[in-house]
Design a protein around this ligand. Structure first.
Ligand code: HEC
Ligand code: HEC
Length: 349
């Protein structure tokens, strides 16, 4: 198959042979878009202006009660072997569902090797984790649940635990017509996470014409998108990411964490990580895959230097001559991406 419309695989060859099929596909796509919009609206999901529709798989439609079950699971320490750690222990709403530590402890204080990413707008992500090793949000939950450094429990044992609890039992039955299982546990968690949409920062309000940037914020915005600073070369689009895997010259030696190379085993991918969204970046310190940069000032200092000359470093990264005022402007602009509505939204608590 070459393309996928509403989950229906379409062969491009077929389209060439029967051009009439295009009209049918167009109508199908319209109906599909409308259906997804209605689904989003029914559960009260507001898709901000300028955002695309989120990826909601056909086998996991969003419903209010499934979202509620996902939320209960997200905050329940029953998901870890010794009942001490929940998803919400590392992904905290006050930090846009990231954390304020370089590395956040899992069970028994064990430390993994990556910094907790924000879950804001995770419904729009295409490849999960910083190396893109997980294909769907629904699958992703298996990683922390089974990881010895995070929750350390087999999904089968977790399912047994949940099925021994009568209120979980009835909630799974109600939402899936089934017991708690690897399929239903991960689907419920994904449904809740898909509602974590952040699009009401000052930046968004300015783009919608509801507010205006201060002169300093505007200078910072112009700099961010300028050829000189070139940030928007990678941090582009509605979610401030091009979704690609890139090496931003953090290190010369990535042997501690080779990034995308762990998935592709291709040396050209050493030190490449998925370009992170910069939404709520003021709240998600420390930064980078290992949380090694403590502040946004440190991040800007890094980019000003042009980064380490690693062979895989993106060729677009060069030293940037920013004076003190310009550095301050850029910083001020990054702070306009903070969405206080998102971190205070009681639907997520
Ligand atoms: C011990 C801390 C910890 C716990 C507990 C934890 N996470 Fe995470 N989470 C992380 C880290 C670290 C990463 C980055 C992993 C990577 O890139 O390899 C991550 C990545 C993710 C991602 C990928 C985001 C992206 O943009 O690619 C999702 C989704 C996620 N976690 C959801 C969950 C859910 C759901 C749970 C509970 C079942 C959970 N996490 C429990 C630390 C944690
Ligand atoms: C060549 C692509 C590229 C360009 C250009 C670029 N970045 Fe990045 N940026 C990345 C990648 C890749 C990462 C993640 C690196 C990692 O995890 O180690 C990142 C990480 C960041 C982070 C940390 C986010 C977090 O949650 O940890 C910030 C902040 C940031 N960039 C800001 C900027 C600014 C400001 C500019 C312009 C001066 C810029 N970036 C230019 C690719 C780029």
């Amino acid at each position: 198959m070459d393309r996928d419309i509403c989950g229906i695989p379409i062969r491009l060859q077929l389209m060439k042979q029967y051009p009439q099929i295009l009209i049918f596909l167009f109508l199908l796509a319209m109906v599909c878009k409308k259906e997804m919009n209605t689904q989003a609206q029914e559960v009260g999901l507001k898709i901000p202006k300028g955002f695309p529709l989120p990826n909601i798989p056909d086998n996991n439609p969003l419903t209010p009660s499934k979202i509620a079950l996902g939320k209960r699971l997200f905050y329940d320490t029953i998901l870890s072997i010794d009942s001490t750690i929940a998803c919400g222990s590392c992904h905290k709403q006050e930090f846009a569902f990231a954390d304020n530590k370089s590395i956040s402890p899992g069970i028994e204080g064990k430390l993994g090797f990556r910094n907790v990413p924000s879950l804001a707008n995770v419904a729009f992500v295409a490849h999960f984790n910083k190396d893109g090793g997980v294909p769907t949000l629904d699958f992703q939950a298996l990683v922390p649940i089974e990881d010895d450094f995070e929750m350390g429990i087999s999904i089968q044992d977790l399912a047994k635990r949940l099925n021994a609890d009568s209120s979980y039992q009835s909630a799974f039955e109600y939402n899936f017509g089934d017991v708690a299982s690897p399929f239903t546990i991960t689907r419920a968690l994904a449904a809740f996470q898909r509602t974590m949409i952040s699009g009401n920062s000052k930046y968004d309000k300015v783009m919608r014409g509801e507010e205006t940037f201060s002169t300093q914020e505007k200078r910072g915005y112009d700099l961010f998108t300028s050829e000189k600073a070139n940030c928007s070369n990678c941090h582009s689009g509605f979610n401030f990411t091009n979704g690609e895997f890139m090496n931003n010259g953090l290190y010369l030696d990535y042997s501690k964490d080779t990034g995308r190379q762990r998935v592709t085993i291709d040396s050209a991918d050493i030190g490449k990580f998925r370009v992170p969204s910069l939404r709520n970046v003021e709240l998600t310190a420390p930064y980078m895959h290992d949380g090694s940069l403590a502040s946004l000032e440190d991040v800007i200092t890094h980019y000003k230097s042009g980064g380490q000359p690693h062979p895989n470093k993106s060729s677009t990264l060069r030293p940037i001559a920013l004076n003190e005022n310009e550095t301050a402007d850029l910083l001020i602009f990054l702070k306009t991406l903070t969405d206080t509505t998102f971190i205070n939204n009681s639907d997520f608590r």
